[in-house]
Write a protein that binds this ligand. Structure first.
Ligand code: HEC
Ligand code: HEC
Length: 231
């Protein structure tokens, strides 16, 4: 390429990309009122947001990607749980189950609960292009009893360390020699899963799936917890 051509290429490339960037930015901003239902942004919703901050709900939860992942993402909790469930839950969120992560009871007044719910409802109606995505296993992990969460996460690690992904896909990632495991938890019971991992030949004498005799029992069990959660 000659020097002049290269310069033209650079200048026009920059001009066109900048124009596209500006156009997309303007387009995004134009759609915000519609996507966020600005017309439904009532005083009650605004008061609900204040409640959200007063009690530092963000310190444990995430909304629209902002906050902490200690506890469930509540961007869509209103559409998932509804008004009545939320009202009851927020009155007394402490679970008696010692294995669950605790949501403390911060003694919100009835008025604060109503406002917080109005805010959560408004948030859940924002068109977020399906955010938050439901990550594999996390749907099961968040809010699950701690012991179970630990097992699932350990199983995921065993899966990665043993390179099961060389042959299997989960959520579109991995090889194609073995079956897609994204929904294996729906189709197979835990006992069958542990058998195929420990001794694939006993399930199918001609299988291409290698045996994993070096896996310890608790590693197999963790793998099974992880796979059972894929639904
Ligand atoms: C100290 C951390 C913490 C704080 C602060 C906190 N939460 Fe929670 N929240 C949790 C945990 C943990 C859970 C899951 C509890 C469970 O599954 O038993 C939860 C669950 C919830 C749920 C139910 C989610 C679902 O789908 O099951 C809602 C709604 C909720 N919190 C709203 C709030 C609101 C509103 C505030 C602020 C007033 C708040 N939380 C403050 C820890 C917290
Ligand atoms: C070399 C490729 C390969 C590797 C590596 C591999 N698998 Fe497989 N796997 C297969 C094949 C092929 C099948 C199909 C079973 C058959 O042949 O009967 C299978 C079947 C399975 C099934 C049953 C799926 C179903 O729906 O029927 C599970 C569960 C499974 N594998 C888990 C694992 C786990 C966990 C690991 C890692 C510890 C692993 N696989 C590693 C090739 C592999």
């Amino acid at each position: 390429m000659e020097k002049k051509t290269a310069r033209n290429f650079f200048i026009w490339g920059t001009v066109i990309c900048t124009a596209i960037f500006i156009w997309l930015t303007i387009d995004t901003h134009k759609t915000i009122p519609e996507r966020t239902n600005t017309d439904k942004l009532t005083d009650e919703v605004v008061a609900g947001k204040r409640v959200w901050h007063k009690y530092n709900c963000n310190g444990c939860h995430t909304i629209l990607g902002i906050g902490v992942y200690y506890s469930p993402d509540v961007t869509k909790v209103y559409s998932k749980r509804g008004d009545i469930w939320l009202k009851e839950y927020l009155k007394n969120p402490e679970s008696p189950d010692p294995k669950r992560r605790k949501m403390p009871n911060q003694n919100l007044s009835a008025d604060e609960i109503t406002k917080a719910i109005a805010f959560l409802q408004w948030v859940s109606e924002i068109d977020t292009n399906d955010w938050p995505p439901t990550p594999i296993t996390v749907a099961k992990v968040t809010g699950a009893p701690l012991e179970e969460t630990a097992m699932i996460l350990k199983g995921k690690t065993v899966y990665t360390q043993n390179r099961c992904d060389l042959c299997h896909r989960i959520g579109g990632q991995g090889g194609v020699i073995g079956p897609d495991l994204s929904k294996v938890g729906t189709a197979k019971v835990p006992q069958w899963l542990s058998q195929i991992i420990k001794n694939p030949i006993s399930v199918n004498p001609n299988t291409q799936m290698p045996a994993y005799p070096h896996l310890a029992d608790d590693e197999v069990q963790a793998l099974v917890s992880f796979l059972s959660g894929l639904k």
